[in-house]
Design a protein around this ligand. Structure first.
Ligand code: SF4
Length: 181
């Protein structure tokens, strides 16, 4: 499938089949920008929580609710969307984020290298690892992955919240990486 949508706002997007999963019902999105944002990337890197950015590579990467977002100077890619409406929403949101950063750039400290300091294993390490399922996940590993993908809040693990010290350290690290806690 390839269906292109043009918006009056300075971008257009198309849904494309996921090459490595030809039978998947989901799509990747390619969002083309009318104007380059090359100079804005270090400011976007400063403003987007949990992203990674290396200036030589010229791309910002981040996870957003299970989607991998890549931001290049003239286009963005968003993985694994299910519908055209979802693609439209993500494109609109990211275009708005870009416009916000453009407006606020004078108040942002540009960043030229940034890597997340937290992985799913770091989250797992802090969990009680009893697989009690109180959080609604089938295991602590599944819960750690869901938290990492920003699909679950760390506070859903009641046993961890009761372990004050581990909880405090992980909470601080999540905040440092831009997670909503
Ligand atoms: S509630 Fe906490 S300890 Fe229990 S399965 Fe979920 S993450 Fe593991």
């Amino acid at each position: 499938m390839e269906r292109e949508t043009t918006t009056p706002n300075g971008y257009r997007f198309r849904l494309v089949n996921i090459e490595c999963l030809p039978n998947s019902a989901n799509f990747n999105v390619i969002m083309d920008l009318q104007e380059t944002i090359a100079e804005l990337l270090p400011y976007l890197a400063a403003a987007l929580p949990g992203c990674s950015y290396t200036v030589e590579a010229g791309v910002i990467n981040l996870m957003d609710k299970g989607h991998i977002i890549a931001i290049y100077p003239t286009y963005l890619t968003i993985t694994d969307v299910t519908t055209h409406a979802e693609a439209e929403r993500y494109c609109r949101d990211y275009f708005q984020k870009i416009q916000e950063v453009k407006r606020n750039r004078a108040n942002l400290q540009p960043v030229f290298t940034r890597h997340p300091t937290l992985s799913p294993l770091d989250i797992l390490r802090a969990l009680p690892k009893t697989n009690c399922q109180e959080c609604g996940s089938v295991s602590c590993m599944a819960f750690a992955a869901a938290v990492f993908r920003r699909e679950a809040s760390i506070t859903a693990c009641a046993p961890l919240v009761q372990e004050q010290e581990n909880y405090r350290d992980l909470f601080r690290e999540l905040q440092r990486n831009g997670y909503q806690t």
